[in-house]
Write a protein that binds this ligand. Structure first.
Ligand code: ATP
Length: 281
């Protein structure tokens, strides 16, 4: 049987501005999104038995139709014109409900993989359109480059000038619901219309844009996030920020050895999930 094994990377937000609440309940956002080398592994296999099957086996991640990867495959299957079946096995390495976009990345990877396995010939733009019907971060992972993301996350502009950075990712093992964070957010006023740069020559340039409007909401409930930020800076990070709706925090480093040293020192004195990873370019 034809089969593909693909990596589905996590993301962090170097910037997350919430511009306004929309009448449809979504928020207009402005984000700088960066893929990182912390990946789920997804094996997609064509089958003679029609329909989609998803197995993951990780606590907190549903098998079957409630898995966003199932919905991704199911959205493309009717386009094949064949009685095809698809089996998907997910090896989960990305912390769940963590602000790292794991589910969205799994869905995007399934869109790309099923398009290839079934020979559908859909363009990246078309796959991004299907992706946004599954989740607001899915188009970014289909796009596959560091990006400025606007709208609800689906209007993407590539950012080519990014330095080769290292990140230390720290997750305190508390699942946080993205819906809860947005519901708890109190918007303070109209967006002031400022612009953010699209050219970053070094780690200091990236540190200059670090900001996340959701941080105060999640830190308000889980103060440990503030503590992790301080630990990262004390361990040598040039800057530290909560990613997405949290609770994961990342610290930025120019060099691999510094990042690995900081990760080791934080891991040895906590029971948090800690890893040093490369930013993907
Ligand atoms: P985002 O920042 O995009 O909201 P996240 O990293 O905070 O993402 P996910 O790990 O994507 O959150 O998971 C959110 C919820 O979605 C989980 O609680 C889980 O039950 C459900 N889910 C469905 N499919 C998946 C999947 N393939 N991987 C992870 N979670 C999934």
């Amino acid at each position: 049987m034809k089969s593909l094994t693909l990596k589905a990377p996590a993301k962090v937000n170097y910037r997350l501005d919430v511009l306004r609440r929309r009448p449809d309940g979504y928020h207009d956002l402005r984000m700088i999104m960066q893929r990182i080398d912390l990946c789920d592994e997804i094996t997609i296999t064509l089958s003679d038995t029609s329909g989609v099957r998803v197995t993951c086996g990780r606590e907190g991640v549903p098998d079957g139709p409630e898995n966003i990867a199932w919905r991704a495959a199911n959205a493309l299957l009717p386009l094949s014109g064949q009685e095809a079946g698809i089996d998907i096995a997910i090896t989960k390495n990305i912390p769940v409900a963590a602000g790292l976009g794991g589910g969205s990345s799994d869905a995007a990877t399934v869109l790309l993989g099923v398009n290839e396995l079934l020979g559908l010939g859909l363009s990246i733009e078309r796959l991004m359109e299907v992706g946004v019907t599954l989740g607001a971060d899915v188009p970014f992972f289909v796009f596959g480059k560091t990006a400025l993301a606007e709208g609800i996350g689906e209007v993407l502009t590539a950012i080519d000038a990014v330095p080769p950075l290292w990140l230390v990712i720290v997750n305190p093992n508390i699942p946080v619901s993205t819906a809860w964070v947005y519901q708890s957010l109190r918007l303070t006023g109209e967006w002031n219309g400022d612009t953010i740069p699209r050219f970053f020559k070094d780690v200091a340039d990236v540190c200059a844009v670090l900001a996340n409007d959701l941080e105060s909401v999640t830190i308000g409930r889980y103060p440990v996030i503030g503590e992790i930020k301080e630990r990262l800076v004390a361990a040598g990070a040039a800057g530290a920020l909560m990613s997405g709706s949290g609770p994961t925090v990342f610290g930025l480093f120019a060099a691999e050895e510094e990042a690995r040293g900081a990760a080791q020192s934080i891991a040895s004195s906590s029971d948090w999930f800690v890893t040093a990873v490369r930013a993907l370019v």
